[in-house]
Design a protein around this ligand. Sequence first.
Ligand code: SME
Length: 163
Amino acid sequence: MAESLIFNRESSRDERYRALTPQVKSLFAGETDFIANAANLAALMHEAFGFHWVGFYIVKGEELVLGPFQGPIACTRIAKGRGVCGTAWARAETVLVPNVEEFPGHIACSALSKSELVIPVKHPLHGVMAVLDIDSAQLDDFNDADVSHLSEWVRLLEEASHG
Ligand code: SME
């Protein structure tokens, strides 16, 4: 595994996704532990894009419990169906929120969060096992290209962590 990421910090977000996808693959190569891979992926996304908060909540019973992340301290438990994370889990689908103030029931862990993207992480047999939560300090910070590239990285995480 490489010790540091290689990408041009001046390049567009799209170019950074392209440069980093092979590095995401090598980060996961030979490692099947979900927490280890999720922790490295959170670090990579934080370094590459400087998101305000990026990390994982893990399904435990009827709640999501805080997992590996980068950013300020955060809420530790979220009930199914609550907030953006709980909604993405309940629906088993990606939820993109351009303005968190317009999302009913948004959980404000940090007043700095303005827009948010949550992508479910699925287990082949057991359904949603975690969610990737990305919070930006900018309004309307995520577009379809972000959803598509980040969903690909989540797929790589799913595959790596379940053989
Ligand atoms: N914003 C999330 C809660 C988690 S944190 O912001 C880290 C939500 O509404 O689901």
